[in-house]
Design a binder for this molecule. Structure first.
Ligand code: ATP
Ligand code: MG
Length: 502
């Protein structure tokens, strides 16, 4: 490393993609260095690994400056310090890490002393975590821990500090998350997490049943990582998740919500939910009636659950959209009826699904705004918007721009999950979108704030309270319907009519 730091010598870093070492030479003789780099690039992975071992080099991962500084400060104070967990995993996979975590042999008070002069947040202290604000961003530094017994299937009864990194890694959930890295020391990987990354496999650290029994949240975390990383779940780990799934009742609604949202927004959400639908139904029993529910309708080639998963995969990975896609047809089984010709119908299923969505989202303690948004999308998913200016304007005014486009995305995903014969509906949706963009570009009046009169104007005419609110809404409706121009004089005239008819 010294040679590398002096600007000469070789450096091995992980490139994008699955853990492929990349050789970079920082030599004075550039063309020769480039030739060597190219030659080494052409080697097989085992040949590269041998080369790295022979050179006595360690891997270099790109640490953000505050993390590098934190590790250096702790090391200088005489402690061990490592970047640990998900960020190391992500780096090795060539993914952009989310948050970085550091673990250290320093006890919390020693960590605080090492960062004297920096802003510290002590909220996690009893779990051994000191949060340091470095360059304005919080970094969690946690003392090596070895968790004791767990009696509530979620939290360890007591936190015991440990002196060894291996013990700290042993308490982590999955082998791919039980990795640590320090500059100059390389990657510490006592549970073969790197090999599992290479295989694309999620495996519990230690004995799976015990690990899920200790903390049932790990069941959802594993599903979530399967969706985010596109990894398979190793068979003993998957079997233990199934065996211990009833313990999910001990997990708080907020944690279930967070994990499910991450799962739903992952690239492999649909295949994971398909394979592990019974686990999903453990926290979302409302899904169960949709499983294998045949639709008996020529517009549908998939059962309700398969249709749901296909729509989910077809919608952009934003939380409100993915939740709306998951919930949009759950009311169908309850609304099903077969006509004399044996064709299935689901009248009123938009409302029925919205009611179920409301129940699910309330139980998972979504904020009112998030819940109302998803419920509205679900309720309206089956009400087509005719590709006509006035109809589009009305819907835009009712929903606002953002939700309007969310609804279009849901309509599109829904069509993509229906039978081929429904494909022409996509063109109708394109026409609706084009009209909406046109209306927005011409600054059409779509909300109260765009009206050429305001509350004070109506007050001056003697209106107040709820009557004033109703009058404003009536004016907006008249403008949106193009019954009156959005023009002050015309609107005041109409207001007078409203006052007199009141
Ligand atoms: P991401 O930040 O991308 O959501 P992550 O793997 O970093 O994923 P965090 O929740 O940030 O997950 O946790 C950081 C690390 O702490 C994990 O990588 C894992 O090593 C450990 N960890 C977190 N939660 C648990 C848990 N419930 N049981 C065991 N280890 C856990
Ligand atoms: Mg993390």
């Amino acid at each position: 490393m010294a040679a590398h730091n002096a600007g000469r010598g070789a450096k091995y870093t992980r490139g994008r993609g699955p853990v492929e070492p990349v050789y970079r030479e920082l030599a004075a003789d550039k063309p020769a260095a480039l030739r060597r780099e190219r030659a080494i690039k052409a080697l097989s992975r085992p040949q590269k690994e041998t080369l790295i071992a022979a050179a006595g080099e360690t891997l270099v991962l790109p640490l953000p400056a505050p993390v590098e500084r934190a590790l250096a400060l702790l090391t200088a104070a005489g402690f061990e310090a490592w970047a640990v967990g998900g960020a190391v995993r992500d780096c090795l996979m060539g993914r952009e890490p989310g948050d970085w975590d550091v673990c250290t042999s320093a006890r919390p008070e020693e960590t605080e002393a090492a960062f004297a002069g920096e802003r510290l947040i002590e909220t996690g202290l009893k779990h051994g975590t000191v949060t340091v604000l470095l360059d304005g961003a919080p970094l969690e530094i946690t003392t090596y821990r070895a968790d004791g017994a767990y009696s509530d299937h979620r939290h360890p009864d007591a936190v015991r500090f440990s002196d060894t990194l291996t013990e700290d890694l042993a308490r982590r959930d999955l082998t791919v998350n039980a990795l640590a890295y320090a500059p100059g020391r390389g990657v510490m990987d006592p549970f073969d997490g790197e090999a599992d990354i290479r295989r694309g496999l999620l495996r519990a650290v230690g004995e799976p049943e015990r690990r899920f029994e200790e903390d049932a949240l790990r069941i959802l975390r594993t599903l979530r990582f399967a969706s985010q990383l596109g990894f398979a779940i190793e068979s003993a780990t998957a079997a233990a998740m199934e065996t211990k799934k009833s313990l999910l009742r001990f997990i708080s609604a907020e944690r279930v919500r967070e994990e499910l949202t991450k799962l739903l927004c992952g690239p492999a959400a649909a295949p994971v939910l398909r394979q592990y639908r019974e686990l999903a139904a453990e926290v979302l029993p409302e899904l169960r009636p949709a499983f294998d529910f045949e639709q008996h309708n020529p517009h549908h080639c998939l059962d309700v659950w398969e249709h749901t998963l296909t729509a989910l995969a077809a919608i952009p990975p934003q939380p409100a959209l993915r939740w709306a896609a998951l919930l949009h047809d759950l009311g169908k089984p309850a609304c099903f009826f077969k006509d004399e010709a044996g064709v299935g119908h689901f009248y009123g299923h938009g409302k029925a699904s919205a009611a179920l969505a409301e129940t699910v989202l309330r139980r998972l303690k979504f904020s009112n705004a998030e819940r109302e948004r998803v419920v509205r999308l679900v309720e309206l998913h089956d009400t087509p918007i005719p590709p006509e200016r006035r109809a589009v304007k009305r819907r835009l005014a009712k929903l606002g721009e953002e939700d309007f486009f969310c609804l279009l995305a849901l309509h599109r995903a829904d069509v993509l999950a229906q039978a081929e014969i429904n494909r022409p509906r996509l063109q109708t949706l394109d026409a609706v979108e084009a009209l909406a963009r046109e209306l927005l570009a011409e600054d059409a009046c779509l909300s109260l704030k765009d009206l050429a009169v305001n509350g004070n104007d109506l007050k001056a005419l003697g209106l107040k309270g709820p009557a004033l609110g109703r009058a404003l809404a009536a004016l907006l409706e008249a403008v949106v319907d193009e019954r009156v121009e959005n023009e002050r004089a015309a609107l005041l005239k109409l207001s007078l009519e409203i006052v007199h008819s009141a």
